[in-house]
Each structure stands twice: as C-alpha cells, then as structure tokens.
Write a protein that binds this ligand. Structure first.
Ligand SMILES: N[C@@H](CCC(=O)N[C@@H](CS)C(=O)NCC(=O)O)C(=O)O
Length: 231
C-alpha cells in the first residue's frame, strides 16, 4: 500500500496518522500535487490532490475523510478509529463533518484574507466558535475526543489545530482564549494529541515548524490554494 502525501498538507497528515495509529505498513510517497503530470492525475483520479492511497489492482482511495474510514475497515482487529456503538459512531461522523464544514474553511479564510480583506472578524469568530463547540463535545474524562483512546475525530482535527496554533500565532498574533474550563479542556486535548508518537513521527523531519511557517507565507498574503476557503 502506498500513501501519496505532501509533507506540509494537513489533509495528508490525517491519512498518515490513521495509518500509524492502525499500525498498517505502507510506503510513504512524497509528491508535489500541484504538478499535474499525467501519471499523478491518473493516480489521484483527476483530483490532483493528496492524500491518495493506492493498492495494486484496486482503484485509488481519495479524500482524507474517506481514507480515514477506509483505513478503519482494513484491519477490523486493530485499534478502532470509530466506535462499534452505533450512537457514538454517528456522533463521531457528525463531529468530523463539523470539523470539515465549520472549522477548516473559516481557518483558511481568516488566515488567507486578513491582509487583503477589510474584515475577517466574522471568519475568525466562526473558527473560534467551531473550536469551542468541538471543545465542549470532548469527552469529559479526556484527554482524547472519545476518552482514553485516540479516535478518527482526533485525527481529523489535530493537523488543523496544529496549524491554527503555529501559523495563526506567527502570522496573525492569534492566541486561543484560555480563560474557561472549556478552553482548558481543548488545550488538554491538544497537548495529548501532539504528544502521541503517531503525531510526532509526522512532524519530525528537519526543522518542521519553521519549514511549515515558510511554506505558508503565500497563504498569509492571500495566495495558496483557494478551494479550502469555500463554505
Ligand atoms: N478534500 C480533500 C482536500 C485535499 C487537499 O486540498 N490537498 C491539497 C494539499 S494540502 C492538494 O493536494 N492541493 C493540490 C491542488 O488542489 O491542486 C481531502 O480531504 O483530502
């Protein structure tokens, strides 16, 4: 099995994390997804986007959310990313949708357009509200979203939470509020996630934080990928 990834990509980091947590052997293939070669377009089923999973003789699996679900199905006996309980399972999928629709686009809008647009206050507020709702829903025992074990919901948000922390602090002097039990719960969740060996192994090459800051400079000036800002 191969994972086509780009080192900086938070969506690809989700797939990478899921493979690590499930302990599935795979070959990591670094690719520049913006170079739309014919072979890359075939591998990525014309999306041209990482992450992509390939298995010989099968069609490629695309889209990070679908890839997390796919990885879960591969090894039914491995640690579960989704709960077997139907109610908890539905709840987990609800929160992944929440992350995809109510946090990620607002993060990119606030990050990318703050220099060029008159007012990104509404986007910033939406992002903070989205994170606050997420934080409220974290299991009260913690530290992970569903309690003691890392799950698909953690994997879906932590690559973005990491960039919110690093990039918005650097480029926008942004800091999350810390002044309530809910935000303390979020910080506790955040710390537990970035300390997992799975997460650490995805951010370990070179001076990862500085490279990420440098890579996202064009985004901070309104450039970079556009579709991530769509609501
Ligand atoms: N919805 C996709 C988004 C993936 C995505 O936007 N990947 C970016 C890199 S972070 C990419 O490959 N961009 C290349 C392009 O859009 O041309 C997913 O969840 O997998």
């Amino acid at each position: 099995m191969k994972l086509y990834s780009a080192w900086y990509c938070p969506f690809a980091q989700r797939a990478w994390l899921a493979l690590q947590v499930e302990k599935i052997p795979f070959e990591y293939v670094e690719i520049d997804p913006y170079l739309k070669t014919q072979s890359w377009m075939e591998i990525s089923r014309n999306t041209g986007q990482v992450p992509v999973i390939t298995v010989p003789g099968q069609h490629s699996v695309i889209d990070s959310t679908r890839i997390i679900e796919f990885i879960e199905q591969l090894h039914p006996s491995a640690p579960k990313l989704f709960s077997a309980d139907a109610f908890i399972n539905a709840e987990q999928k609800y929160w992944i949708e929440h992350i995809n629709k109510r946090i990620i686009p607002y993060f990119y809008r606030y990050f990318k357009f703050s220099d060029s647009r008159v007012d990104t206050a509404a986007d910033k507020k939406q992002m903070i509200d989205g994170l606050h709702q997420f934080a409220q829903a974290i299991d009260h025992r913690g530290p992970f979203f569903n309690g003691e074990q890392i799950s698909a919901v953690d994997i879906a948000l932590i690559p973005f939470a990491y960039r919110i922390n690093l990039l918005l602090q650097h480029y926008r002097r942004f800091k999350l509020p810390e002044n309530s039990a809910i935000w303390q719960k979020y910080l506790h969740w955040y710390q537990a996630n970035i300390e997992t060996s799975a997460f650490r192994s995805t951010v370990s090459q070179g001076n990862y934080q500085q490279r990420l800051i440098d890579f996202y400079l064009p985004y901070s000036q309104g450039g970079g990928q556009q579709d991530v800002t769509q609501l």
